[in-house]
Write a protein that binds this ligand. Structure first.
Ligand SMILES: C[S@@+](CC[C@H](N)C(=O)[O-])C[C@H]1O[C@@H](n2cnc3c(N)ncnc32)[C@H](O)[C@@H]1O
Length: 233
């Protein structure tokens, strides 16, 4: 595959997103806004990926489908935040199963980002945001890659055909996601029929996962393509 369908989409210049945001929100949000692109994900997805990774302290992350690097940026930013860390009051440390002296250590995580059609935009974005140390680019199809480790978090946004998306779920979630880990499937909405019905192949895969009843899940409806967050038992 030389060019993905997303790369063939017309690029729309979103002028407001290139205006610097109030410094209160800072560089990270500037990067997020300015990297929104046709064929990529919406802002709400990036906000959730960032906060979900930070709040669950997920440091081993896999992304399938990078395109121009929007989700890559948000996931890698979360890893950067986790590598700095923060302190919680002693009173918050009540869970007997958690070893807080380990849990609270800042950890430098890694994001493996798989895509067979690398873009200069994604490379430039990660370089410009100085996030290279958190990201390993794997320029291959998801079915060409194997790993020796389990992940805490898997984001699936690659091949959007029913067969491709289903294969990513079957090939990765049982084998490479730890139990208790999170995975996200993007593009719950889309591929509308002439009579305005949601015909997203990703939704079909999502509905099947829900029917199996092996995960907890929630649909995050951003008003755009939207996504479902799953937690593996
Ligand atoms: C919708 S875009 C990803 C958008 C990106 N996650 C974002 O947040 O902007 C889909 C990407 O998946 C890639 N892709 C297609 N088939 C794939 C496969 N089998 N394995 C990995 N990536 C694939 C395409 O090259 C394309 O860049």
């Amino acid at each position: 595959m030389n060019q993905s369908p997303e790369q063939l989409m017309e690029t729309e210049y979103l002028a407001d997103n290139h205006e610097k945001i109030d410094s209160y929100f800072g560089t990270f949000f500037d990067f997020m806004r300015s990297s929104l692109a046709s064929g990529g994900s919406e802002l709400g997805l990036g906000m959730t990926l960032f906060s979900l990774v930070v709040s669950t302290k997920s440091t081993r992350i896999l992304e399938i489908g990078r395109f121009k690097g929007f989700s890559t940026l948000c996931l890698a930013n979360a890893l950067k935040f986790l590598s700095i860390g923060w302190q919680e009051p002693q009173q918050h440390k009540q869970r007997p199963e958690i070893n807080y002296s380990e849990f609270d250590k800042p950890i430098k995580g890694k994001l493996y980002s798989i895509d067979p059609c690398p873009t200069v935009e994604s490379q430039n974005l990660i370089t410009l945001a100085k996030l290279e140390e958190y990201v390993e680019f794997i320029n291959a199809r998801s079915d060409e890659v194997t790993f020796q480790e389990e992940f805490d978090f898997i984001f699936i946004d690659g091949d959007h055909s029913y067969a491709g998306c289903k294969a990513d779920v079957l090939n990765y979630i049982p084998w490479y996601l730890r139990s208790g880990g999170y995975f996200v499937l993007h593009d719950y909405y889309g591929w509308y029929t002439p009579d305005r019905q949601n015909n997203s192949p990703v939704k079909m895969v999502i509905d099947e996962i829900i029917e199996e009843g092996l995960c907890e899940q929630i649909l995050i409806d951003t008003g755009y393509m939207s996504f479902v967050v799953f937690r593996k038992w």
